[in-house]
Design a protein around this ligand. Structure first.
Ligand SMILES: Nc1ncnc2c1ncn2[C@@H]1O[C@H](COP(=O)(O)OP(=O)(O)OP(=O)(O)O)[C@@H](O)[C@H]1O
Length: 276
């Protein structure tokens, strides 16, 4: 069997030891799943607020250690990733996209400078021209160009544009995996679908896998190949997106399905493609 791109084995996360003398409930409890190497997919992690999605994302990104279990990237346990070279290699291959693009960028740094810096540090661009080329190519992948971004501060761009620039930044090192934690929840509703559809396009064009973390079943259902549904830190259902949605087994997934159907029945146009 080939080594998976990403594998979680019985991963749990417990914050702090005790709360008022009582053991805290785990934020993530015995979660296992794997993404195959060489088979790019959009993999959604769905759950309501507090279900443990962001805790899981932080462990996959190596930003927080699992309390028990293992997170393996290409067979290497993230808990054993030592040294600058290994960390850099991991960061080149696994890139985050956060919820609020205005927090992801330093407000005092022009967006193009930010991209050039990523190109120098993570993509080996060794002069200004190489950094500009890398930034421009990445921006084109998300429907922007360096000319549109040049010289602008984050607040001089719309939330949708800035989130695209954040996705471009994440693409600069040529990652194999993007971890997008609620990437459209701060974006104007009319632009959400354009951005999530972009994930599918990137999967096909760049062969990158995307973990799409959301509380919004409708977008996840539309763009994902597989989904896991979390509740209180546990995976309550997982599988191929259409299969899970067509025959939900858990009461929570049934509720979610009903929510999607009611959005569709209402003809909510926030889930239609829009450009801008
Ligand atoms: N740094 C932390 N310290 C202590 N508890 C935390 C920490 N981060 C998260 N938690 C707790 O862990 C549980 C899961 O939180 P988490 O943020 O992972 O869920 P989530 O599904 O991403 O929710 P949301 O969508 O609201 O961000 C919650 O009970 C939360 O209060």
């Amino acid at each position: 069997m080939t080594v998976p791109l990403l594998e979680l084995r019985e991963v749990s996360k417990v914050y702090g030891a005790r709360l008022l003398g009582r053991r805290r409930d785990p934020a993530v409890k015995n979660v296992s799943f794997a993404l195959e190497a060489g088979r790019p997919e959009v993999f959604a992690i769905i759950g309501e607020s507090g279900s443990g999605k962001s805790s899981l994302a932080r462990m996959v990104l190596g930003m927080s250690a699992a309390s028990s279990g293992q997170v393996l990237f290409r067979g290497r346990d993230l808990a054993r990733l030592r040294g600058r070279r290994a960390r850099l290699d991991f960061m080149q291959q696994v890139q985050p996209i956060f919820q609020n693009p205005f927090e992801a960028f330093n407000p005092l740094v022009r967006v193009d400078r930010y991209l050039f810096s990523t190109a120098r540090h993570l993509a080996g661009a060794n002069d200004a021209a190489a950094a500009a080329t890398a930034a421009d190519l990445a921006l084109q992948q998300v429907g922007l160009s360096l000319a549109e971004v040049r010289g602008r501060f984050p607040h001089e761009m719309s939330g949708g544009q800035l989130q695209r620039a954040a996705i471009a930044r994440a693409l600069i090192p040529g990652p194999a995996l993007l971890v997008a934690d609620e990437p459209v929840s701060m974006i104007d509703a009319s632009l959400r679908m354009t951005i999530v559809n972009l994930f599918r396009e990137l999967r096909d064009r760049l062969k990158v896998s995307i973990i799409y973390i959301t509380h919004d079943l409708a977008t996840a259902y539309t763009i994902s190949d597989r989904i896991v549904i979390m509740r209180h830190g546990e995976v309550v259902e997982q599988g191929e997106a259409r299969a899970v949605l067509s025959a939900p087994r858990h009461p929570y997934s049934i509720q979610l399905k009903e929510a999607v159907l009611s959005v569709e029945a209402a003809g909510d146009d926030t889930h239609q493609p829009a450009y801008g």
